[in-house]
Design a protein around this ligand. Structure first.
Ligand code: ATP
Ligand code: ZN
Length: 690
């Protein structure tokens, strides 16, 4: 009998066998093809993983396939290896992983009629590249040529090499990427360029397209329509698109001629998927480059400490708790120590000590004066505050009532722009009450400041200035975001007030002042990764100043001017900051000197969530995994979200291998536990947030 084994998008670690209908035939070349199969009372799309000789299914269970889809070539073996790796490493069911990496259009049993893609007009002539700076030249010389143009006999089995490109802000990393892409294209290969949030980088898209108008560049990200994403995926898979620019999900695109992977802003937390398959696209990209034998470049002005440790043997002291000796330098460190534009230097950065002065609506005299100077000179200023809304707290001055979310352990944020109170965790919203709901007092007041309030303060202070606020409320859609960017680029903005949306990757030539306010909170956050994130954010946002030859300046309002983080920042000294943080982490046995996984549970009652985790912790075989430390279940910091109480259980080991060896059987045990239908759980490997 002709048997077909199929992977399906179901939360089970197994495949399903079907019968080949009479008259159809398949060969091993068809492994990787999509098929439509009956499953329960419905049809589903699956992927052929094997043509087995025998099956455990009884003849009655064995149903015939409904259709073999031949609109695309079969998914290739390297894609199987990639998805298998992810399923094993991230402890997720293989079928679910495989199907979830495909665009929705290819997972539908009723695919919409494919429209022919709009023919693009004849591409314009390619833009001329600038002459390289010395730094860029040195970096490019150090990176192996992805070209497979060596004589076959001399070609090594693999061109894999991983580079960490540490380039100061404005150092010209993008030009390095473009030159690498050029080399890959010239060698007849495809290039994959991963960026954290495509929304934030229409500029990059335009730059790549202008440089390589013939390369059929496609973008892959979650904001595309289903049809557009399917089209882009096809073009990449068929090799028509020679450059793929995308967010984390693009890392799984089958690319027959892959020759280069670049991960820009590799430190960015957006590379980590926070639901479903919780993978790190950066880490998956490194695996993929290794597996395909192609070079990979991770770029950042503020690399993740994981990557920095991988590129610096010196930060891997043998004294670190690590049992498994970390391979000395797994990545080659390359750097761009100076700005690329002639005359552009890193802006001087100064802390404004706010203990010594009375702030005017949250703004120091020094910052206000500096903004005033920019206005006179016709330059732009950016006030950075990573908190959207008007104020984080609305409270009654008489009874102390505070507007809280009824569904979460969180305050409601006041949004004056549309007169609403909003929960930033669950999306709940309501009108602003006219009086205190608790005591009836009419005097309820906002406390603290968000971007809307700073915008209001600045427009009262500088009525003649054109102020543009950029945050997730003002740039809800990509269209709105592009309109704002256009306004800023067109010079129709004097003062920008924005969250981290403005910190990343932008190049505004007339921007010469950056002021950061409200940053201190992160210094004392309970999350031990908070300093790493704060440093990266501030250095990135500071890096927006003075990029085009006009001298820039950065002011940071703080009550802790002597804090080592700010001191390192003032010197633009990422290596010193990283060294200090890594020393602390080695001491405390935190990543990258330990490997972690987190089991989380949520249920209507905290007891249920904790009990589930306690049962997981009571796994009888736990004692035999001596290299793994299993902590006690605890409520999460945001203990309730959207009416679910949340708890977590951390497991940790100094050996990645030992952790993996523990997780696989443990997950099976956990998955087999009977739980109430109201309880949800997931296991996350290498969690970033606590
Ligand atoms: N070789 C060069 N000659 C002249 N200008 C250059 C050169 N390389 C890059 N530039 C310019 O320098 C500026 C900064 O470059 P780019 O945006 O690539 O920096 P980056 O390292 O990606 O910075 P960031 O991390 O801050 O985004 C850009 O305006 C770019 O056009
Ligand atoms: Zn809420």
């Amino acid at each position: 009998m002709d048997l077909v084994r199929v992977a399906l998008d179901v939360p089970l670690s197994r495949f399903f066998d079907y019968r080949l209908p009479v008259g159809e035939s398949l060969s091993s070349d068809d492994i990787g093809r999509r098929v439509r199969v009956p499953f329960g009372s419905r049809s589903r799309i699956g992927i052929i993983v094997e043509l087995p000789a025998t099956t455990d299914a009884s003849p009655e269970q064995l149903r015939p396939l409904e259709a073999i889809l031949r609109d695309l070539p079969p998914l290739p073996p390297d894609w199987f290896r990639l998805t298998r790796f992810c399923a094993a490493y991230y402890q997720a069911p293989l079928g679910e992983v495989m199907l979830s990496t495909l665009p929705k259009g290819l997972r539908r049993t009723d695919p919409p009629k494919a429209r022919a893609p709009k023919r693009k007009a004849t591409p314009p002539a390619a833009e001329m590249p600038p002459a390289l700076t010395e730094g860029q030249r040195a970096v490019l010389d150090a990176i192996v040529d992805p070209a497979g143009d060596k004589p076959a006999s001399a070609a090594p089995a693999s061109d894999f090499a991983a580079y960490l490109l540490h380039g100061v802000t404005g150092g010209g990393k993008t030009e390095v990427y473009l030159r690498l892409i050029e080399r890959a294209l010239a060698a007849g290969r495809q290039a994959l360029l991963l960026v954290p949030e495509i929304n934030l980088t229409p500029q990059l898209e335009a730059r790549v397209a202008a440089r390589f108008p013939q390369a059929g560049l496609v973008s892959l990200h979650s904001e595309l329509t289903e049809a557009a994403r399917t089209r882009a995926f096809r073009a990449a898979f068929l090799g028509e698109a020679r450059i793929v620019l995308g967010t984390r999900l693009a890392v799984f695109t089958p690319l027959p001629d892959l020759g280069l992977i670049v991960v820009d802003e590799e430190h960015d937390a957006s590379f980590k998927q926070q639901d479903g398959l919780r993978y790190s696209a950066r880490d998956v990209a490194v695996f993929r480059a290794h597996e395909r034998g192609v070079p990979i470049v991770l770029g950042s002005a503020t690399p993740s400490l994981e990557s920095w440790a991988n590129a610096n043997a010196v930060f891997n002291p043998p004294s670190a708790k690590s049992a498994e000796a970390r391979p000395a330098t797994r990545y080659t460190l390359l750097s761009l120590p100076a700005r690329a534009v002639a005359g552009a230097v890193l802006p001087p950065l100064r802390c404004v000590d706010t203990r010594r002065e009375k702030l005017q609506d949250g703004l120091s005299a020094a910052l206000l004066a500096a903004i005033g100077e920019r206005l006179t000179r016709g330059e732009q200023s950016l006030v950075f505050l990573n908190r959207r809304g008007y104020a984080p707290v609305l409270s009654c001055t008489a009874c102390g009532w505070v507007a809280r979310c009824t569904r979460c352990t969180a305050n409601l944020v006041l949004h004056l722009a549309d007169r609403r109170l909003r929960c930033h965790h669950c999306g709940f919203e309501q009108r602003i009450p006219p009086a205190c709901p608790s005591c009836g007092n009419q005097d309820i007041l906002p406390f603290g400041r968000g971007t809307q309030r700073i915008e209001e303060v600045l427009s009262a202070r500088f009525p003649e200035a054109r102020i543009v606020r950029v945050d997730r409320d003002s740039a809800k859609s990509r269209k709105q975001w592009e309109a704002l960017l256009e306004r800023i680029h067109g010079g129709d903005a004097d003062i920008l007030v924005g969250t981290q949306m403005l910190a990343k990757g932008h190049d505004f030539p007339r921007l010469t002042l950056v002021g950061a306010i409200g940053a201190d909170a992160a210094l004392f956050a309970a999350d031990w990764r908070a300093p790493e994130r704060l440093f990266a954010q501030l250095l990135q946002v500071a890096g927006r100043a003075g990029r085009a030859g006009l001298p820039g300046e950065v002011l940071i309002q703080t009550e802790q001017p002597q804090h080592p983080l700010y001191q390192a920042l003032a010197r633009h000294d990422y290596p010193a900051f990283a060294a200090q943080q890594l020393a602390e982490r080695a001491q405390a046995g935190f990543p990258p000197y330990a490997y972690q996984a987190m089991l989380r549970a949520e249920a209507p009652l905290m007891e249920e969530a904790i009990a589930f985790l306690a049962a997981a912790r009571a796994w009888p075989e736990i004692a035999s995994h001596t290299a793994v430390m299993c902590y006690d279940p605890v409520p999460m910091r945001l203990a309730r979200r959207a009416n679910y109480e949340r708890a977590q259980l951390l497991v940790e080991s100094s050996s990645r291998r030992a952790l993996q060896a523990f997780l696989t059987p443990w997950r099976e045990f956990v998955a087999a536990t009977r739980v109430s239908s109201r309880l949800r759980w997931h296991l996350e490997v290498d969690p970033l947030e606590f």
